[in-house]
Design a protein around this ligand. Sequence first.
Ligand code: HEC
Ligand code: HEC
Length: 333
Amino acid sequence: MKNTRFLLVHRLMMMVFCFLCAASLHISANSAILPIPEVPSVPAPLVNLGEALFHDTRLSADNTISCASCHDLSHNGADRRPFSVGIGGAVGKIRSPSVYNSAFDLAQFWDGRAIDLQSQVDGPIHDEVEMGSDWESIITKLNNDPEITQRFNTVFRNGINADNIREALAAFQKTLILTDSPFDRWLAGDHSALTLQQLRGYELFRSYGCISCHQGANVGGNMFSRMGSLENYFELKGDAISQADLGRYNVTGNPNHRYVFKVPSLRTAALNDFFFHDSSANSLEEAIVTMARFQLGRQLPEQHVADIAAFIHSLTGTHPRLSTQLNSSTEQH
Ligand code: HEC
Ligand code: HEC
């Protein structure tokens, strides 16, 4: 209990601290990409229960949508569509990010409104364009199923309840860590793990200053930053600005947090079909050009864009649930 409270306070302090770093936009001498930490060992029955719940459509009001509907684990842990479709065909307003490696992020969601994976769960469950459900009806449905009831009873002393569902889903997602990427092998001393182009890309990623925001084990996910630090990205959208575009402002109400988002991890970016919270880019190269312009005020030569893209491909690790075909296609770069 003491430990949990310490972690909570620690996380809050990190959030404030990281926000200040991002706001001042210094390219810190300490900016670095860190190796993927060891995957935590979580008891198998709890992980398996979480995996079953992740694929269970009974978590949605009309039994049609599961977490996996919008987080495709065989692809990139996110959605292949620009915006996810929830119950009754409702279309969301923000892109579904990957659940791979999200356990390492300082907070969950683009605006960081959930402090951890446990509290994240209430978001999609209650969101009327996602699962549109409530705990009472989910617990009733699950209690009517002897098999799942038995599985809860094996893992938890107090059976099916909201806390235990959150706990199992979080435990499963903590195991969704991509490991053994070419870049991690290179960090560990394997000099042949990266191609010359990827090495050039890494150097450019550092020298242009991408690393001032995309850093740490997730190459992102450890600070908040404004989308459009040097040029107003949202001005170009004109009337099309949505509530979701306001980002962290929706959480804090602080006008300085308008258009501020969690810097996304680049660990799965090479597998994305769409980029940014609003899916405004549909190729990695386009996303890199946009970033250079709006975050750094730079126009990159085509060769530099290609080199940085090759480097971002080297960040993608493997996981038994990722389709092997995709893994090998990323390794060609
Ligand atoms: C209808 C589509 C949909 C469903 C169903 C759904 N999600 Fe999501 N998920 C999203 C979208 C969209 C976001 C981003 C929302 C935001 O940031 O405001 C998201 C964000 C997340 C994040 C945060 C990741 C990050 O990098 O910040 C996690 C973790 C997550 N979902 C897990 C789950 C779990 C667990 C379930 C099932 C209980 C679930 N999702 C159900 C679409 C969905
Ligand atoms: C000032 C901080 C900052 C800098 C510098 C920065 N980024 Fe970003 N990056 C962000 C933020 C914030 C987002 C999310 C923006 C959004 O979704 O609206 C993002 C998103 C991205 C994405 C899309 C990821 C996804 O899943 O949608 C890519 C790719 C990316 N950045 C690469 C780069 C590259 C390459 C550079 C250097 C040329 C760079 N970034 C520089 C903050 C930064």
